[in-house]
Write a protein that binds this ligand. Sequence first.
Ligand SMILES: Nc1ncnc2c1ncn2[C@@H]1O[C@H](COP(=O)(O)OP(=O)(O)OP(=O)(O)O)[C@@H](O)[C@H]1O
Length: 293
Amino acid sequence: MKGFLGSLCRLGGIRGYSGTFKRSQLRLEGVKDVIAVASGKGGVGKSTTAVNLAVALAKNCQLKVGLLDADVYGPSVPMMMKIDRKPDITEDKKMIPIENYGVKCMSMGFLVEKDAPIVWRGPMVMSALAKMTRGVDWGNLDILVVDMPPGTGDAQLTMTQNLQLSGALIVSTPQDIALMDARRGANMFSKVDVPILGFVENMSFFKCPHCGEPSFIFGKEGTRNAAASMGYKLIGEIPLEVDIRKGSDEGVPVVISAPDSVISKAYGDTAQNVVSKLEELAKEQTLHPEINL
Ligand SMILES: Nc1ncnc2c1ncn2[C@@H]1O[C@H](COP(=O)(O)OP(=O)(O)OP(=O)(O)O)[C@@H](O)[C@H]1O
């Protein structure tokens, strides 16, 4: 099964992934598609999903991938991707993203001391976000994955509008309170005409390591139903697993430490679904260039 999915996913790389090229200009020079990984609520596993998805897109789908940690107040990428140095600067004063596990990364966490609090007002956040997007020499990328800050405020809206996103992925746990915020997040993207690539349910279930029985700690099927009620699809289901949490804390994403595991397959499937959805959007755009997707 892994081989089959792997080869399906690799098609993106072999065929020469062309991006959704929906508008005439590229969003960032050299970057074909920018996708947001978002959630309405904090703590549902958005960064964990963004990190493992980015690595799976690079590894399984053989795409050139970047990861932008836009969570300025609580950057997680340095720890999750095991990067603890400052970026080098090019002659024209652009930051060079730091690569690990085949993914080029940029995060506010690379620029400030590890435990320093980031106590900034809105305009400073906006300026930092601008520097971390256009002030970075991303080179040629197929996909830039943006780990968005939680919520639907100023920073999220500015990022969404400035980056000309190809699409957004909504991460939620199946719990009602998280789903309520996830719907808000999805509505924010729809309002500014960013297509929703799909929903990802994180912490779907916990499989007992002793008897193998699944427990639906945060409820069952909640994300699938919430997505369907808005006309979207569930394109990923990630279990609640100790290895996922360990991977984040130790800076080795589970798709690297346990590539043949069921969990890595779940992230690989999600990556494939993202690529398929982007290809679908690109086709629609080619057939109907008058539609601003
Ligand atoms: N599927 C999972 N199984 C086990 N632990 C998980 C899973 N997903 C996330 N976690 C853990 O849950 C915590 C929150 O995850 P994460 O930081 O990715 O959430 P977030 O939505 O990005 O949070 P914030 O919005 O506050 O940045 C972390 O400790 C992470 O390791």
